[in-house]
Design a protein around this ligand. Sequence first.
Ligand code: PEP
Ligand code: MG
Length: 291
Amino acid sequence: MMRDAHENRYLEAVTKSGQVIEVAANIGGPDDVEAALENGADGIGLFRTEFLFMDRSSAPTEDEQYDVYKRVAEGMQGKRVVIRTLDAGADKKVSYLHFDDEENPFLGVRGLRYTLKHSELFQTQLKAVLRAAAHGRISLMFPMVTNVADVEAAVRAVDEARAALSAQGKAFGDLELGAMIEVPAAALITDLLAEKLDFVSVGTNDLIQYTTASDRMNPEVTQWYEPSHPGLWRLLEQVAKGAHEHGAWVGMCGELAGTLEFVPRLVELGFDELSMSPKRIGLVKTAIRKL
Ligand code: PEP
Ligand code: MG
């Protein structure tokens, strides 16, 4: 299996009946692009941009971010790169950003909820991503989307960034827009979200934690943090169906996407893309090619 995986990593992940799955890599920055390509990634399914914001004393400027996103887009040579907007809050604190004290930070102001509240921070990132989109195939997705109003607000923010760039005479490119599905309520209304988007991508690390009410960081509750819980799979079925009903593609970028025992079910549900740690890609492609 390991040898197959190594040899198969550059091949298309296609089932015997011809269903093609994009098998992509999760990365944290431009330095991971080489490993993604070497391991056979068909694209980047999750670029966690918070790493760019950590270990420094102020937020990266628009030009700094533009440079990083452009390097990733160019490095991927025309393959799709899904950039996630800053997912700060809860487990991902950024020292120079202000977070109010909250009793339940995982249920508080995190992900898109934070960036919608801090529009200057958000606009800077959106402008950098839009400019980088002139140099490659970039998709943009928002973490922690909960309702339709979130998607509408995010789309408005992108429109605002585009207008600002136009006014400044700066070049920018086209983008696909998508939402992460990490909140059970969002999973249940994927059809309504997909109406306004090009794609959705399931973040199972959070979706499992919220669906089973089991903290993903707490070893005492791992027995309830259950990737095989039928409740989760009912949600996943709705996500795939809801997205496809509206012509949106559906991906997954949480740990579950790279877990071999679940790959056949995800393929059966019609997932178009699975994104994972680069080292898992060859194994998952091999498993898909046997289906
Ligand atoms: C997820 O929640 O599954 C996910 C991919 O996002 P993160 O692990 O960065 O929260
Ligand atoms: Mg998450």
